[in-house]
Design a protein around this ligand. Structure first.
Ligand SMILES: Cc1cc2nc3c(=O)[nH]c(=O)nc-3n(C[C@H](O)[C@H](O)[C@H](O)COP(=O)(O)O)c2cc1C
Length: 354
């Protein structure tokens, strides 16, 4: 099984960090199904992290079940490392990951994500600083680079290893390549050959078949799964069972129930932080239905999380009525109103919201 430094994972299946998606509600939903070897936060600004309040910050809210949990840092300057590492220690991180692959223009402009790969000296300084400040497993996530160039990629990966990275995840696409492009899993295989540390393949895994194909082409030590997590939260369990022979219970897939579990998890966040996260999740989850765009659109147009939930129930009553019977609708609404109730009542909107 996959080991990161001295930490052995139950399965070599990692949740990919995803902004707006990999928060506590999604992570606990994945735990309902099992098979995930390591969970992740979304990218956390190393500059802001030291002052975030972990009790209310939607990026940091976490239940004790969510472990092992990797904290991904978005670093733009070596100066940020010391306070950020102190913060992840306070937060009981199991692993620290460095984001070296994000292609978002906003992130690149600030000097973070994939823009760091243009500046190996700065990456070297950042990793050296982080390595000297923590004994936690230190990992990094990259894309294949600006263009396909074995020499550049090899030198960069070897530098990461020499500087003390314990595991490298490779999103098998170039910086500018959209998700629609087939991932270049065989390039992860090249990285695997160059390095001694474990290499994890990422990109385009939505089924057991794709997981097997990716492993065949890359020879990777593990797989990291992103968008399939909110779409098919049971996929980790399937891959763990069918590819790695791990004993994970087979769960019934009841989509309305899964949606309800996710909404229940959202109750951990402050009311104003819930709706955006529900919309983000629904965008992927709705792909499970032939007419899922109706669900996605209805939730997208909703102005409160309770309206969105009602819209979802309406959709399920038309598309998945039998399975909807297993959903404890009252429990979800009570959870949402538990923290919202007073506020909504005060605004005199209680009836309208329901
Ligand atoms: C909505 C969204 C947000 C993302 N946010 C991050 C992030 O915070 N950090 C990161 O390293 N990658 C981020 N990614 C990239 C994913 O981690 C992953 O590399 C990519 O989605 C490919 O994997 P997949 O095909 O399994 O989704 C994000 C991707 C998506 C779709």
């Amino acid at each position: 099984m996959l080991k990161i430094k001295d930490k052995e994972l139950a399965t070599p299946l990692l949740l990919a960090p995803m902004a707006g998606l990999t928060h506590s509600a999604l992570r606990t939903l994945l735990l309902d199904f099992g098979g995930v070897g390591m969970l992740s936060t979304e990218m956390l600004s190393a500059r802001k992290l030291p002052t975030e309040n972990p009790c209310v910050s939607p990026y940091l809210v976490r239940t004790p079940l969510e472990s092992p949990l990797s904290y991904q840092l978005l670093v733009t300057d070596v100066e940020q490392i010391e306070p950020a590492i102190a913060a992840v220690h306070r937060l009981s991180a199991d692993v620290v990951d460095l984001n070296l692959g994000c292609p978002a223009p906003r992130v690149r402009k600030a000097g973070g994500g994939s823009s760091l790969t243009d500046n190996p000296d700065r990456v070297h300084a950042i990793i050296r600083a982080a390595r000297s400040l923590t004994d936690l497993p230190l990992t990094a996530k990259i894309r294949l680079g600006e263009r396909l160039d074995e020499a550049i990629l090899r030198d960069f990966c070897l530098m990461l290893q020499e500087d003390g990275i314990d595991l490298l995840t490779v999103h098998a696409r170039l910086r500018g390549e959209p998700f629609g492009r087939k991932p270049r899993w065989q390039w992860v295989g090249k990285v695997k050959e160059w390095l001694d540390i474990p290499v994890v393949a990422n990109g385009g895994i939505f089924s057991v078949k794709e997981a097997a194909q990716c492993l065949k082409l890359s020879g990777a030590d593990g797989l990291m799964i992103g968008r399939a997590a909110p779409q098919k939260p049971w996929l980790f369990a399937e891959i763990a069972r069918e590819i790695y022979g791990v004993s994970v219970d087979v769960c019934q897939i009841n989509l309305p129930w899964i949606y309800g579990r996710f909404v229940l998890g959202l109750a951990r966040f402050r009311p104003e932080r819930r709706l955006g996260r529900l919309k983000e999740f629904t965008h992927y989850f709705a792909l499970n239905y032939a007419f899922g765009h109706h669900l996605a659109m209805a939730v997208q147009k909703s102005s409160t999380v309770l309206t969105a939930w009602k819209q979802a129930l309406d959709f399920f009553s038309r598309s998945d009525a039998e399975k909807l019977k297993d959903v404890n609708v009252g429990e979800v609404e009570t959870a949402l109103l538990g923290k919202l109730g007073t506020e909504i009542k005060e605004r005199g909107q209680y009836r309208a919201q329901l």
